[in-house]
Ligand binder design. Structure first.
Ligand code: DQA
Length: 150
């Protein structure tokens, strides 16, 4: 059976590579997509890689993932810290969820320390820059294999 990971990216992540590179690095989101797909392929997994600046599109993508994906890796960007709607849609999912951030949000401003997404996440990865996406794909492969075995 085909296994797919939804990798969902929130607002301003389309500007990666140009946006505050001292914090977020020089890799573009396209570079990250390619690396994520390559990494997933080594586990026999497919990736549905998306970015949107629109909160309602994130909610709809999460709702769709209930029927189409085996796990969700989500960098909700600024919505991480504000969106109960995204949390509620994640709580409606019965598949593993990994919260991801390029930067170490706990080292940054106080308002980034709180995450609504974390309440629905199996685990959280932050602070590893673009490489965090590969870490998340590897961790998700482990979670999906575990779910398949049970
Ligand atoms: C981010 C961290 C968020 O606080 C911020 O709003 C972002 C990116 C990260 O990947 O480090 O846009 O999610």
């Amino acid at each position: 059976m085909n296994r797919t990971i939804l990798v969902l990216n929130g607002p301003n992540l389309n500007l990666l590579g140009e946006r505050e590179p001292d914090i977020y690095g020089f890799e573009s989101l396209e570079d990250i997509r390619i690396a994520s797909e390559r990494c997933a392929k080594t586990h026999g997994l497919g990736v549905d890689f998306r970015q949107t600046n629109d909160e309602s599109e994130i909610v709809s993508a999460i709702q769709n993932a209930r029927a189409t994906a085996n796990g969700i890796i989500i960098n909700a960007a600024a919505y991480t810290h504000t969106s109960v709607a995204i949390l509620d849609s994640l709580l409606a999912c019965d598949i593993p969820i990994i919260e991801l951030h390029l930067s170490n949000v706990h080292k940054r401003e106080e308002f980034r320390h709180h995450s609504f997404v974390a309440r629905a996440a199996t685990g959280v990865i932050c602070g590893f820059g673009a490489y965090g996406y590969e870490l998340a794909v590897n961790a998700m492969a482990h979670l999906i294999a575990k779910a398949d075995a049970s």
